[in-house]
Ligand binder design. Structure first.
Ligand SMILES: NC(=O)c1ccc[n+]([C@@H]2O[C@H](COP(=O)([O-])OP(=O)(O)OC[C@H]3O[C@@H](n4cnc5c(N)ncnc54)[C@H](O)[C@@H]3O)[C@@H](O)[C@H]2O)c1
Length: 350
């Protein structure tokens, strides 16, 4: 196979990013796009100079594309992913993998039957700092990892208030499933701790629910729909056990009366890592008998381009998917457990 013919289903904000990433990949040919909104479809088709465009994704799946990016909203991930696999396409499936672990498992079963590649859109893994953090862990610079802080706080960052992001039946949840999915994946990917066993968590909804009363400066995926729905959390906090080996606390939030901040800190008995903070990766350690903070130099990459290139390579049989469906399922099980723990008001087992 010389080039891989790719289609994109869902040409919203992330579908457009996937299109640009494929166009930067010499082994990919962006062959067809699909969106139910013909206005959106036409403007993207013009921008990308693509003639094959569809408003029904099933028609796109009947074309000769080898692979598709699934970039529709969360509620459609399972349906579109399973249909694409059944049609014999490899899939790059945006995060969260699905609305819940049950749906994610159905996608995996379809992937096994079709013997096609499933790569989950955990794009942060492709950042240079995360790749380097993995190297540090692999070479033993952190020693034994025993705790992780995962923190992502927006002061007023609810996306598309009243729209699909804030409607549980369309999104599966609030910031936890929207952003926490990235943080949980990055934490487990870098630390190698892929066996969460117990969770105690609490979710709150303090800012979005009144809809009209929500004060904010900017809104992505806006404008707000004041006659829409807000029935998801806007703050999620909790504590995860990885057996007796390690723990993780997390605070993931779209809106709070708190300073904006975001980072993941991984604590080992020889070194600690601070990452995804919007500044260079830092290794906190000891050097020649002193405490030392090391900020290594590295070249930034476009993570969406690296993600697309790895998906295309995997589709050609040259390497593994950059984020596997099995890992996506583990993240979904952890998210499900957080929601369950909050609902029941007690620690739950995964
Ligand atoms: N990896 C990341 O960093 C990242 C960032 C943003 C969004 N996402 C994920 O990408 C997905 C889409 O998010 P978005 O922000 O682009 O949303 P969006 O609402 O901007 O785009 C979704 C698009 O899908 C289209 N659509 C809806 N139903 C369709 C159907 N049946 N067939 C074809 N098209 C259909 C909509 O018209 C819309 O243009 C979500 O799952 C989201 O979690 C990932």
């Amino acid at each position: 196979m010389s080039t891989v013919k790719v289609g994109i289903i869902g040409m919203g904000s992330i579908g457009a990013v996937h299109a640009d990433a494929y166009r930067a990949c010499p082994q990919a040919e962006l062959a067809a796009i699909c969106d139910v909104s013909s206005a959106r479809l036409d403007s993207e088709a013009r921008r990308l100079n693509i003639s094959r465009r569809f408003t029904d994704y099933r028609e796109l799946l009947r074309t000769g594309v080898d692979a598709v990016s699934v970039c529709v909203g969360n509620v459609l991930h399972r349906e579109v992913a399973v249909a694409a696999l059944k049609a014999g396409k490899h899939i790059l499936l945006e995060k969260p993998m699905a609305m819940n672990a049950r749906e994610a498992a159905a996608i995996i079963a379809a992937g096994h039957r079709a013997r096609k590649i499933i790569q989950v859109g955990m794009v942060n893994r492709q950042r240079a700092e995360i790749q380097l953090a993995r190297e540090y862990v692999a070479t033993g610079l952190l020693g034994q990892i025993y705790h992780i802080h995962a923190m992502l706080i927006r002061r007023r960052g609810i996306p598309g208030l009243g729209g699909w992001f804030t409607t549980k039946s369309m999104s599966g949840g609030g910031p936890l499933i929207d952003l926490g999915v990235h943080w949980f994946d990055a934490a487990m990917h870098v630390s190698g701790l892929w066996k969460p066993t117990r969770v105690s968590a609490m979710n709150y909804a303090k800012f979005g629910a009144p809809l009209k009363g929500y004060k904010y400066v900017d809104m992505w995926a806006g404008p707000p729909k004041f006659n829409g729905v807000f029935d998801v959390e806007d703050y999620s906090t909790g504590f995860v056990r990885f057996g007796r080996q390690a723990t993780m606390d997390f605070n993931i939030c779209w809106a709070a009366n708190a300073e904006e901040r975001g980072f993941i800190e991984i604590l080992g008995d020889k070194g600690g890592l601070r990452m995804l903070e919007g500044k260079p990766l830092t290794l906190l350690t000891e050097h020649q008998g002193r405490l030392a903070n090391i900020t290594p130099q590295y070249k930034d990459v476009n993570p969406f381009q690296v993600q697309a290139a790895k998906f295309i390579a995997a589709s050609r049989g040259l390497g593994k998917p950059a984020a596997t469906a099995g890992e996506g399922l583990t993240v979904m099980k952890l998210l499900d457990a957080v929601y369950r723990s909050s609902r029941l008001g007690k620690e739950v087992e995964l």
